[in-house]
Design a protein around this ligand. Structure first.
Ligand SMILES: [Zn+2]
Length: 348
């Protein structure tokens, strides 16, 4: 006889694979679609479908925990995993690392609801990356140093983006080769490549992942590290203003994209202690038409008086390169299938 837990798991798998059952009402309504030791109700609001946060937490065996350093947030978890969220916000934390949901958490009566898109495309691949194995083993890392040639990217008195992008890319390449991975650089010197050319290089390697390296700038004192993955179909973000209606090539790897971003971003924040700007969604050209797991990593602000100076130093670049390398090796082991050549490393 199946346990309730197994039935719940099967139901969530159906939800993830097939998508939610149709719910006709446009305002928030509840529809019980299964009774498997606790029903999964679907709610409809503003064109998105939601489930109760309580049901999600029950599925993962999470219980309410004392809030982790954030006012107004609810925290649920078990053992060494926990999530934090609040009504009306897209801010979402897993183990204290910041993510940007595609739809805000909403309050309905006594319940908080989370969109099924965010469950499928963010929460589950991050909490259970081992279930994201669709794209097969990885043997190549395509490192894309952003900008180059006449396109300097962000420039300040402290550092120049095209230069620090390439320096970090080269340090990362050296480390990955030592760990047994093949490395392809989209550019090896100070010359210009179009965004399309960068994607064409990556799409030549069927067992690759794509890591685009950039740095930020701001007129105000912006600082910190952020990582972008492609916005899932049917969603929008401040960096992909139009709602993405069609399935882009990059959407076939949605789960792997967020798992790769998590592996790299969390280690970069932990190692450097930089401000965590979060893992965000975007419709950037290099992420749209790529056919392999891909992220765009922003390693800090060249415009910030302290961070900008630090970014240009070999010591800081080494620290970041170590973090990126560890994240990639971990991703390859957990999600992308372990190559025999890869040395043992921690799981995600
Ligand atoms: Zn850039």
């Amino acid at each position: 006889m199946m346990t309730n837990c197994v039935k719940c798991l099967l139901w969530l798998c159906c939800l993830l694979v097939l998508g939610p059952a149709p719910v006709m009402a446009q305002r928030v309504v509840s529809k019980t679609v299964a009774r498997t030791g606790g029903s999964w109700a679907l709610y409809r609001q503003g064109g998105a479908t939601y489930i109760k946060m309580d049901d999600l937490c029950r599925f993962y065996g999470f219980r309410a925990m004392k809030a982790v350093s954030r006012k107004g947030y609810k925290t649920y978890g078990a053992k060494n995993r926990y999530i934090s969220f609040r009504a009306g916000s897209k801010d979402f934390y897993v183990n204290n690392y910041r993510y940007m949901l595609s739809f805000p958490v909403i309050a309905s009566g006594n319940y908080l609801l989370i969109s099924t898109t965010d469950v499928k495309k963010l929460v589950d691949p991050v909490l259970r990356p081992r279930y994201s194995r669709d794209t097969g083993p990885v043997n190549t890392v395509v490192i894309d140093a952003g900008h180059g040639g006449h396109d300097a990217g962000a420039v300040s008195a402290y550092s120049c983006e095209k230069v620090v992008n390439l320096q970090l890319a080269q340090r990362l390449a050296t480390r990955l080769k030592k760990r047994g991975l093949r490395v392809v650089m989209t550019r090896r010197g100070d010359y210009f490549l179009t965004l399309r050319q960068r994607v064409e290089i990556a799409n030549k390697y069927p067992k690759c992942i794509f890591v685009s390296i950039h740095h930020n700038s701001a007129r105000t004192k912006g600082l910190g590290i952020e990582t972008f993955t492609l916005a899932p179909q049917g969603t929008t973000s401040p960096f992909a203003r139009k709602r993405l209606r069609t399935v882009l090539a990059g959407n076939h790897q949605d789960s792997e994209n967020i798992a790769l971003a998590t592996a790299i971003h969390s280690r970069a924040i932990k190692k450097t202690g930089a401000f965590d700007r979060g893992i965000k969604r975007a419709g950037f050209s290099v992420l749209c038409s790529i056919r392999r797991p891909a992220i765009l990593f922003e390693g800090g602000f060249v415009s910030h008086p302290k961070e900008g100076r630090k970014i240009a130093t070999a010591a800081y670049q080494d620290l970041l390169a170590d973090a990126l390398c560890e994240g990639i090796i971990s991703y390859c082991g957990v999600v992308g299938g372990r190559s025999k050549k890869l040395r043992k490393t921690r799981s995600l």
